[in-house]
Design a protein around this ligand. Structure first.
Ligand code: XMP
Length: 318
């Protein structure tokens, strides 16, 4: 029978043998998968694992600095690269969801490529790919039910890098990855983090992206997510986030009429993201969160809660 301890033991041994004293590059995202892959590889090859953590400017509020510190605290050999401007400039004026994804994928490859050239003599590229990523990208490229969205977790690096690929979590489901992470002693809060899409807030800002919109959505998202934690709801939800809608609506503030932005909150239960149900969050929580958002985030005067399941709706709005 499969156990996380046995998986760690055999995988670390395999990685040692496979990689020897060659250097490995790994892109950390702040998520569970890449973090577990990194710790596993670190256990096998130590400082020969070179981690790169890119800030694309589309992460949650304070995420880049907080997570970078956490990685450093775990003893990982990690370089934080703030490429926010490169991503946001590249996205300027773009409102098509798939083009936004492609732009982010392309800029990521450029930034990652630049950074990986700084690691002399690297032979390997490690990825935190898990089993559902493999399935989704297969159906995205050819299956009869070709998926609607292009995920950039799988592949996507330029051929000329010619690195050998190592994917230690490729056969695992998310819950198994979490168990492996626990067996490796990784912090519970990190392992329990909700999934977050690679393109980040770009696909939660419907339409074109500006720095101002990113800042607004980061505040809204922070109030929502912190609220879920404060109310003991965070761990009961598989994934949650806020969407900034391309809609202004009329409101009143004091004697003034306002015409401001609307945000949608989304929280879902799921096991693998392929199907999902909206979460029946307590009305008192929604009431408090809505008030906090409208009172504290300038530019937002309306909050709605998404009660659609997947299918037919998707988790993200783009
Ligand atoms: P959807 O919106 O397709 O999302 O129901 C299913 C899961 O995938 C995440 N997602 C993405 N992750 N790149 C990613 O790395 C993407 O382009 C992307 N689109 C959606 C989404 O957050 C959810 O967990």
């Amino acid at each position: 029978t499969w156990t996380p301890d046995a998986f760690v033991e055999t995988t670390v041994a395999d990685l040692k043998e496979k990689i020897g004293d060659e250097k490995v590059i790994l892109g950390l995202s702040g998520g569970v998968d890449s973090s577990v892959a990194a710790v596993l590889l670190h256990k096998a090859i130590g400082k020969n694992l070179h981690c790169i953590f890119v800030n694309n400017g589309l992460l949650r509020k304070n995420e880049f600095s907080a997570v970078l510190k956490q990685y450093e605290g775990m003893g990982l050999n990690v370089k934080g690269v703030d490429a926010s401007a490169r991503f946001l400039d590249g996205l300027e004026g773009e409102s098509d969801p798939e083009t936004k994804r492609k732009t982010i994928g392309r800029v990521f490859v450029e930034v990652f490529d630049d950074e990986s050239h700084l690691v002399e003599n690297a032979q390997w590229l490690a990825q935190g790919t898990i089993y559902p990523d493999v399935i989704e990208s297969v159906s995205a490229t050819g299956g009869p039910s070709a998926t609607i969205k292009s995920h950039h977790n799988v592949g996507g690096l330029p051929d000329y890098m010619k690195l050998k690929v190592v994917e230690p979590l490729k056969m695992l489901f998310k819950d198994e990855v979490r168990r492996v992470g626990a067996s490796l002693g990784i912090d519970k809060a990190l392992l329990g983090r909700h999934p977050f899409p690679g393109p980040g807030l770009a696909i939660r800002i419907l339409g074109d992206i500006t720095r101002e919109k990113v800042a607004i959505l980061q505040e809204v998202d922070h109030i929502f997510i912190q609220g879920l934690k404060d109310w003991g709801l965070y761990d009961k939800v598989w994934q949650a986030g806020a969407m900034l809608l391309p809609v202004n609506s009329v409101g009143v503030m004091g004697d003034e009429r306002t015409y401001e932005k609307c945000v949608a909150l989304r929280a879902v239960e799921s096991t693998d993201g392929m199907t999902a149900d909206w979460v029946n969050l307590p009305y008192e929580f929604l009431q408090k969160t809505s008030n906090d958002i409208i009172n504290k985030v300038p530019g937002v005067n309306r909050v709605v809660y998404d009660i659609s399941s997947k299918p037919p709706a998707t988790i993200e709005w783009e």
